[in-house]
Design a protein. Sequence first.
Length: 379
Amino acid sequence: MLYKDFQGIRLSALGMGAMRLPTVDGRPASAIDEKKTEEMVAYAMEQGINYYDTAYGYHDGKSEIVMGKVLAKYPRDRFYLADKFPGYDLSNMNKVEEIFEEQLKKTGMEYFDFYLFHNVCEMNIEQYLDEKYGIYDYLIKQKKNGRIKHLGFSAHGRVDIMRKFLEKYGTEMEFCQIQLNYLDWKLQEADKKVELLKEYHIPVWVMEPLRGGKLASVADEFEQKMKEFRPDEGIPAWGFRFLQTIPTVTVTLSGMSDMEQLKENIATFAENKPLKADEMKVIEEITESMLDILPCTSCRYCTAHCPQHLDIPNLLFMYNELKFNNGFITQMGVGAMKEEERPHACIGCRSCEAVCPQQIKISEVMSDFVTRMNQPASW
């Protein structure tokens, strides 16, 4: 197992995420198969994984309980446990003390090694920054009391949202967890997020390294190319090797659902084999084939000519994500906007199109955006 240094402690480069634990006979998320989970954790421990990540809402609230029960079988200094404050639900904002105490009780722990502001994004940034809720003050107090060893945050929001959070709390943030994989390097501007965190000297924790399994397989033509370069490695390994090319990545979390996935990932993290330049070209080809991204460069000529004063580059950015994955990230982003800022506010006047250097049919995009937003979510 590869290890990374973090403030004098050795963290396994591969962490076990507890969002997709095995369930009993394919039953709902709350029906975690405790026996299989226990077997997986035992194997993970044996192979050197020492970082385990859970959260308040995972498996309908059962993940914390099961992981706490399973980890209780090991000495407390054998593992590092991460949990999160569930700010993705705005009704939780005034319950930080109540929820934190509940989480310690559910996991059976006296402290959390790592604790995060969960899912900083457009929907909750103002609430996270609002001192009346006392979230930051309470968590800092718990850190001083030793009940939180390391404090950080996870983010699904845009780069500017992350910057806003860091401008207020950046001096106290020790790590940040972002969605990072070779598909989202450009689609979600993960490259810019990595650079932003570098400005603040904050190491990167990775979630969704394989984009929820979407990068576990590729088209036959690309699989053949990959095999020519690395005949002994599977397709998922390429996703992890991509992350090994990024120096600031410390822990890569994988939500493994069965023993086979766990064993494959552990084998990959037995050694550091970052992608070389010619291999990165293959990754770029795969990304281009999977994405049909609108070529907006954020020149903002369009915004100067929009009678509705829409932030068109931002809307096009969210549309790219929605078109690819019908994802909750776009749903949250649009949900946080005022009515007059949303795509349906476009009146189809085409003034923006007349000055767009990329010749994007913006009015048609906005119409399609509205249609897609009204369709049932697929996540």
